[in-house]
Unconditional design. Sequence first.
Length: 398
Amino acid sequence: MTRPLQATLVMGTRPEVIKLAPLYLRLRREPERFSPQFWTTGQHRELLDQALATFALTPDRDFQVMRPGQTPSDVAAAVLGRFQETFARERPDVLIVQGDTTTAFAASLAAFYAGVRVAHVEAGLRTWNRFAPWPEEANRQMISCLADFHFAPTSRARDNLLAQGIEENRVWVTGNTVIDALDLVVARVRACAPTLPPDFPAARLADDRLMVLITGHRRENFGGGFEAICRAVARLAERFPRCEFVYPVHLNPNVREPVARLLSGRENVHLIEPLAYEPFVWAMDRASLLLTDSGGVQEEAPHLGKPVLVMRDTTERPEAVEAGTALLVGADEERIVAACARLLEDPQARAEMAHAVNPYGDGHASERIAEILGNAEFGTRKEEEITTKEHKKNKKRR
């Protein structure tokens, strides 16, 4: 390709911004090779804007699809329609999506319909249960059916793609770009602590008290799951009065209602507004351990040497569990209380989890992805079909 590669990165939620920002910044460093743009759908408006500010990013296009009470169907329909209109006017060489959001799936489908190549960052994560997490597991499997480039964060993710029938020559193990982002931000916050919001209990942490950082937003925990989580936190807060439990509460009403009802008014439980990424990284770095159902935290906390209790029954990130830095406790009151109490009472148990190896990357995933895309041949679809047929023939001969 004699002209710079026209690469469009799509972001709809805060995790997508965090994980694609390092790649976008990396592509922008070589204008002779790459001409990157990024578009945002605004699937999660407030949290997305926080993340954009962290990396000083301004989108080239903002589709503003977010509506009150929106469902995944609403988001998918809006993204598909808006991207179809845009692709009719302009066609990048490659559309880069990340992860498993409805934004990523619908944008990939629109690109496929328009004949635009799709590159999938963080490809190959699987629970093999399409209802857990919902709708993310189905989204990422469908993106894999549509993508041309599959950037797997780990060898296990690569193996999942091959098991799904993806051709080997379309899959690369790159590490996870979230580690690239974390390295950028943690260096910043360790050098100079960020300004913390007024509701953050900084004064109560001055005497080196233990701190548990909590995040939760998964749809499969709505209802009884979140009630069990909140009851567990309430019991732990009573049992450990000199430990601070800091909970940046997700904006979804299905999360906020049970959290406010069951946890408000406790002296050492701090229900605060969602944190921007820099203060959140600072809080992770300060925490003694984390309670979460978030995928990104399962990747970030091990890199910081923090034990993670995962409030889910399954995880598409089993590498951290196998490495010993994460433990599945489900949305189960008794399991959460038992595991968290053990770590709070036993410094040696915390140290053993904290020193486990992080399997998710070395901070150079964006460089690898840029190099792969920069060296790729962007031929016609007919040429691609011939290449795929030849690959399958060679595979049979082997």
